[in-house]
Design a binder for this molecule. Structure first.
Ligand code: HEC
Length: 401
């Protein structure tokens, strides 16, 4: 029996990561929505509660909900008070384990691309961890600087810094490695906000309220700023997490720029919904169409340019087979020779003529339009070989010699 235990472990952790991530981001979306939809309390005797700043009614799952938000704290802290933090922590922990298993244990295949930078495994891992920790420190310092008072400028500077980081990382890692590290940086900032600012702020508020003191409004304000940042980070970070299925993004020569563009689309969409929740959908009417147009412009710009130097004579399938066998089959075989794989990655076998010809479109996406395969160009595929396979595919991926 062949069993790739690491694949199962990986799948389980990925599963947990998605579950906790949904719980976290779902709760975060809900509370931002809640905050933006609160209306001043109606004073009709029954609702005349001191200290209530806003309220809202909702119907869901067969019942009515009445929510009231206190301006600072209720006169008495109720015995049962729900906190929201473990979703965030477990999302980060499971994400970090995944990052380690995939990108650090298998750095040679997933993180390093020797055709981009010939760095050692240790150097690559150090750069990766440095980016994640450094990203948090820099962001946190920016938040503590006067810049925080100018929301728009703060957003622009943060966006530029993250784009620079994406550019820098794309010069040392594989496209996919660079993307996942930007995702890990942003994810760490988001969890850092929860752990270091939002939760301590709430702890202080609760403690003050218990002692009957008026809580210092500052920590609450900081927490609010940070959760708003988290709110804008969510869509880009979710895109990065699914991007590894789409080599036309991270595999592009300008993958870092694509990442910036698509993140901007996410931020615009988020901004529209925030405005809508505040009843300002009319002023923000252009945001969704703008995001839509931008998305398609990016897709258009990212499209692979067809080369016009295609030869007129027919490529012989024997040549194609030779290239695939020497560059791909060490991994893509029923029994891979590469010791990192017990089974063919993604079930893709490239051994027989039928398997090779049958996978032509997938081969084009991964090895011609982008240089995602061979992973980390570990088998040293040349550009001429890629071009030849590309021509063979444009000639109909035939099996003639
Ligand atoms: C070092 C091992 C290795 C080599 C060499 C390699 N691949 Fe892969 N390939 C992988 C792995 C691992 C994946 C799965 C990547 C992932 O997790 O998304 C993969 C995925 C793919 C996929 C995507 C399958 C799918 O449906 O998602 C294609 C297509 C592919 N490889 C083609 C090739 C081609 C063509 C070559 C040779 C030019 C090649 N590979 C060389 C390891 C390798």
């Amino acid at each position: 029996m062949e069993m790739d235990i690491m694949e199962w472990v990986q799948m389980a952790i990925r599963w947990i990561h998605i579950i906790t991530g949904i719980a976290w981001i779902g709760a975060s979306f809900y509370f931002v929505w809640l905050d933006m939809n609160l209306t001043p309390p109606v004073k009709d005797g029954y609702k005349d509660k001191a200290g209530v700043g806003g309220e809202l009614w909702a119907v869901h799952g067969g019942g009515f909900y009445e929510v009231q938000k206190y301006r600072l704290a209720p006169p008495e802290i109720p015995p049962v008070l729900h906190w929201f933090k473990f979703e965030a922590y477990f999302t980060w922990i499971s994400g970090f384990i995944l990052l380690t298993i995939l990108y650090y244990f298998s750095a040679d295949i997933y993180l390093i691309d020797r055709s981009i930078a010939d760095i050692s495994r240790d150097a690559a891992i150090l750069i990766g961890l440095g980016a994640i920790v450094g990203g948090w420190i820099l962001y946190d310092q920016l938040c503590k600087s006067p810049l925080i008072n100018n929301q728009a400028l703060f957003g622009v500077i943060l966006f530029v810094l993250l784009t620079l980081a994406a550019y820098g990382l794309s010069k040392v890692f594989s496209g996919r490695g660079a993307y996942i590290h930007i995702g890990a940086m942003i994810g760490t900032i988001m969890v850092g906000n929860v752990l270091m600012v939002i939760i301590p702020g709430q702890t202080a508020m609760v403690a003050a309220a218990k002692e009957g003191k008026t809580p210092d409004p500052k920590p609450g304000l900081w927490a609010k700023q940070r959760s708003l940042h988290n709110n804008y980070f969510t869509l880009p970070v979710l895109f990065i997490m699914i991007s590894n299925h789409y080599p036309m993004t991270f595999g592009n020569q300008y993958g870092w720029l694509l990442l910036a563009g698509i993140s901007l689309v996410g931020v615009l969409v988020r901004h529209y919904f925030n405005m809508k929740n505040q009843g300002r959908a009319k002023q923000g009417f252009f945001l969704l169409p703008l995001a839509f147009v931008l998305f398609f412009l990016i897709a258009y710009a990212a499209a692979p340019k067809s080369s016009d130097e295609a030869p007129t004579e027919k490529i012989s399938f024997t040549q194609v087979e030779e290239i695939i066998h020497s560059r791909c089959t060490s991994c893509h075989a029923a029994k891979p020779a590469n010791k990192d794989f017990a089974t063919p990655p993604k079930g893709l076998k490239l051994e027989t003529p039928a398997q090779i010809a049958g996978a032509a479109t997938r081969i084009r996406q991964q090895a011609i339009d982008t240089h995602t395969m061979p992973l980390g160009n570990i088998t040293k595929m040349t550009d001429d070989e890629r071009a030849l396979i590309g021509w063979w595919i444009s000639q109909g991926a035939h099996r003639d010699n």
